[in-house]
Design a protein around this ligand. Structure first.
Ligand SMILES: [Zn+2]
Length: 133
């Protein structure tokens, strides 16, 4: 069942509310940026996401096809969410589940994690090794 969580960057300039069911799954990926950031993400529908503050603090990083807007706070550098669009699911938001301030340790530990082999553009399968992600 979806629950409303409050997410933010480290300095607090960027804050959002998101409707999310952590038990429906989260993901980690081995693509070039997820590996470096050790991203732990959940995909949400844009309708379930509301930016509460920090629009003017957000900076954007684009690479490759530029289809994902990697957003981060200009003050503290934390990337608490991103926006993207692809053919499979249309427009989407990813939230960094570790930036959800009111997600309990128990909820996070219980959240299932799927692994994607984004390094090889195989988002339907897991990489051979996942322990470093
Ligand atoms: Zn910040």
């Amino acid at each position: 069942m979806k629950k409303t969580y409050h997410g933010s960057c480290h300095c607090g300039a960027v804050a959002y509310e998101v409707g999310l069911d952590l038990s429906a799954g989260t993901f980690k990926c081995n693509c070039s940026i997820c590996r470096k950031k050790r991203n732990w993400l959940a995909v949400v529908q844009p309708a379930d996401f509301r930016l509460v503050s920090g629009r003017g603090h957000l900076r954007e990083y684009l690479f490759g096809a530029g289809s994902i807007h990697h957003l981060f706070c200009e003050t503290c550098g934390i990337a608490s969410f991103a926006r993207g669009e692809n053919e499979a699911i249309g427009p989407f938001i990813t939230v960094a589940v570790n930036c959800l301030d009111d997600a309990s340790a128990e909820e996070l530990v219980a959240a299932p994690i799927s692994y994607f082999d984004g390094l090889h553009d195989r988002y339907d399968s897991a990489p051979v090794e996942t322990r470093h992600l």
